[in-house]
Write a protein of this length. Structure first.
Length: 72
């Protein structure tokens, strides 16, 4: 088994796709710009705090809501 290392970001239950990647940013195509908005619906400070190699750990029903390929 491989050991994984990185910062862990903990979120609760029922984080829906609009919290993962808000719909108002669906027109963006640049990956760096997209990354500046990930999880901001659940925690507006998250994009600024995220460190490369980190892990999101969430409760049940993560990714619920409307289907949005950007959120995956």
């Amino acid at each position: 088994m491989n050991k994984l290392e990185g910062r862990i970001y903990i979120f609760g239950n029922n984080i829906d796709t609009d919290q993962i990647y808000p719909g108002r940013y669906l027109e963006l195509t640049d990956h760096k710009e997209i990354g500046r908005h990930v999880m901001e619906g659940a925690d507006p400070s998250f994009p600024a705090r995220f460190e490369r190699g980190g892990f999101i750990v969430a409760g049940s029903n993560f990714g619920c809501g409307s289907s949005r390929e950007h959120a995956v």
